[in-house]
Design a protein around this ligand. Structure first.
Ligand code: ADP
Ligand code: MG
Length: 658
């Protein structure tokens, strides 16, 4: 059903949903929450602790008063529950004055913030008592939003879509709630039925059911993926792009300011053997962030170009594609390489795009760098012999398959900074070769790390200022873009505003997040890369691949909300030169468990070890924290956490086949 068939969704709202790639009820039901907000039981004012997100049932003691400070309105009033009194404040929301009445009893939920010597709430959410009682002790979904569409509006739409589809019945194939896993497997594995899983992922009836639902949906992702993989048959065909050794690659290596590390050299040997061996290469190159994968990609693409073929280099984001393009163009000039590179991303439009497509089709361009746009239908290659994907394993494999269906068998190199165990790689990708770069280029100082709580913030700011004054640059990461969805979680927008007040004027602060237009994002990233921004306040969009060697501090707010593998990726954005680099992991709500988890980062710099320890500590039942784009292969499944589900799916698909 088209979502406009849902009551309350008109053309305008539908247009907003389409920005989230949601056009029908099936999309809507499969639009899983990005996170959950756990609503705890109400507590007494005298039990509140600084930093805690909590709900209190109180009487309003005074009528709200408004004052103005530096153009900002501050609405404030006192509340009590008998155990203590507290001040509640709303910034820039004078219109709330009439909705809060002296003497009324209600529930406020917010983060306990210390003001002077007393705890208070800033901008808490207000609830009627019955309303909060219904929410108490539940997990409420948080959705990725887009401007004009709140998480709550998405939640409501999903609820209606669910009801409509349930009413229409879910036992026929066309229903988005139809269970595609055979009943026998569901019974044997004890999986939650699909319609129930969809219900619980969006409207959890309990924490246990939510976990069951999550596992069921993750299983399904793996199951369908493996089914698809096995279905596509042979893995190692002859290549129709055979290559011979060329002199240019050796010449480039001689000209470069560094020599390959032994691991890089070994990988490069293996790739050359693949490319000249007659069969199509399918190789996964794993190497921690900063280990030097890009040069391997460039060498492989150079070899293809010198053999008269085109190469495609696909990056996960616009920013990274442009960075690769710039790097390669610079190298082309500097070392006289025979590349004719073009950039093809969603942003290349109009007549320029037409020209680019033409040079790809007529073979004039021999190196095409871009994002997913590289493999849209409108792109016709003339002789695509080599495909390199950066941080997009799954896409790399699927892409090759799509090309093979067209009778093309290019060589494929898949690069990843998120290593996966070999056995899992075999299950997920079938029969592929794996190379790993274990050691970092020499001359790097180990990054200094610390895990701290918010009491350390003034010291951290001073440190940031000192680093900036010493000529270095700083990343500050916040989990969300704007205030609102999750209480107690820092957001880029307000954080940067506040930083402009507390930092000296000569510290230039920039903002970056995924909801910005790509052109704006690129501009900001470019300014940061050129050193025109000192402190970049960003979401995890900088996680993948970006290279700014002059950045020496990675400062992460709400570090407890991120997976360790993701934090490790973020850490990889610094330590990219011979300057000393630092990581500050700030915990905004400190539990012993999150400290224990984050301490793993202090003790290890090995991405693989970190990911597997994180898995042990989190356990397979744990609910996903904030996940953004980056190198997420599956939407809900997690190749580290879910190895058991993957093994099940593998066995079940094999059983089905035989
Ligand atoms: P990643 O594996 O994360 O993609 P990059 O390819 O971006 O890493 O490399 C990180 C930095 O290390 C780059 O500035 C690159 O020029 C440099 N680098 C790569 N290989 C070497 C090497 N063998 N010796 C010294 N520096 C190197
Ligand atoms: Mg890279």
């Amino acid at each position: 059903m088209n979502i406009t068939s849902i009551k309350g969704i008109g053309e305008k709202t539908a247009a907003l949903f389409s920005k989230l790639n949601v056009t029908d009820t099936a999309d809507l039901l499969n639009f899983y929450p990005a996170d959950y907000d756990h609503f705890g039981p109400m507590i007494m004012l005298n039990e509140m602790k600084e930093g805690d997100v909590c709900a209190v049932r109180v009487h309003v003691l005074s009528s709200p008063a408004i004052r103005y400070v530096r153009g900002m309105s501050i609405l404030s009033f006192n509340v009590t529950d008998g155990s203590d009194e507290m001040n509640v404040v709303y910034f820039n929301a004078p219109y709330l004055r009439n909705s809060i009445k002296k003497g009324e009893e209600c529930v406020f939920r917010g983060r306990a913030t210390l003001r002077g010597k007393k705890l208070s709430f800033n901008n808490p959410r207000k609830y009627k008592i019955e309303e909060y009682e219904a929410l108490s002790d539940t997990d409420q979904p948080i959705y990725h939003t887009t401007k004009g569409l709140t998480s709550l509006a998405i939640q409501k739409a999903i609820r209606k879509a669910y009801e409509a589809e349930m009413a229409a019945g879910f036992t026929y194939q066309g229903s988005p709630l139809f269970d595609r896993i055979p009943a026998e497997i569901i019974a044997r594995r004890g999986l939650m039925p699909f319609h129930e899983a969809i219900l619980n992922i969006h409207m959890p009836q309990s924490r246990d059911k939510l976990i069951e639902a999550r596992n069921r949906l993750a299983y399904q992702e793996f199951y369908e993926y493996i089914l698809h993989m096995l279905d596509r048959g042979i893995m190692r065909p002859k290549s129709n792009y055979p290559m011979i050794e060329v002199a240019e690659t050796g010449r480039l290596l001689e000209g470069m300011p560094f020599t390959l590390t032994p691991d890089q050299a070994e990988v490069w040997d293996a790739i050359r053997a693949d490319l000249t061996g007659g069969n199509a290469m399918l190789r996964l190159l794993q190497g921690d962030v900063g280990s030097g994968k890009t040069i391997i990609a460039v060498l492989s693409l150079l070899m293809a170009a010198c053999n008269g073929y085109q190469g495609a280099f696909m990056a996960p984001t616009e920013v990274l594609a442009v960075q690769h393009y710039d790097t390669i163009r610079e190298m082309t000039g500097k070392y006289g390489l025979p590349f004719k590179p073009v950039l093809l991303t969603g942003l290349v439009k109009g007549s320029i795009r037409k020209d680019v497509l033409k040079t790809i089709a007529n073979g004039e361009a021999n190196l095409i760098i871009g994002t997913h746009a590289l493999f849209q239908e409108a792109v016709e290659y003339s002789r695509l012999g080599m495909v390199v994907t950066d941080e997009q394993h799954r896409f790399g494999v699927l892409q090759r398959e799509a090309l093979m269906q067209k009778g093309e068998v290019p060589h494929v190199l898949i690069m990843s900074a998120t290593p996966i165990p070999r056995t899992l790689a075999m299950i997920l990708y079938g029969d592929l070769d794996v190379s790993t770069i274990h050691t970092m280029p020499a001359g790097r100082l180990p990054i200094k790390n610390c895990v701290v709580d918010t009491g350390y913030r003034p010291t951290a700011y001073k440190f940031v200022i000192d680093e900036v004054h010493a000529g270095s640059q700083v990343y500050i990461i916040c989990p969300q873009v704007e205030a609102g969805e999750l209480p107690g979680v820092e957001n880029v927008t307000e954080y940067a505003q506040n930083l402009r007040i507390v930092m000296p004027e000569d510290v230039r602060i920039g903002v970056l997040h995924g909801q910005m237009k790509s052109t704006v994002k690129d501009k900001v990233m470019d300014e940061f890369a050129r050193g025109d921004i000192d402190v970049l306040v960003s979401t995890t969009v900088v996680e993948v691949g970006v290279n700014v060697p002059n950045a020496t501090v990675m400062y992460v707010e709400n570090a407890e909300r991120f997976g360790l593998a993701q934090l490790h990726q973020l850490r990889g954005r610094v330590g990219r030169s011979d300057k000393q680099s630092y990581c500050i992991f700030m915990m905004n709500s400190a539990s012993d468990k999150s400290r224990e988890r984050l301490n793993i980062l202090l003790n290890s710099n090995d991405g693989f070890e970190i990911a597997s320890k994180d898995m042990e500590l989190r356990g397979p039942g744990d609910i996903f924290g904030i996940r953004q784009s980056g190198d997420v292969i599956f939407r809900i499944g997690d190749i580290y956490q879910d190895s058991e589900l993957i093994t099940w799916a593998r066995e079940d698909v094999a059983g089905l086949m035989s």
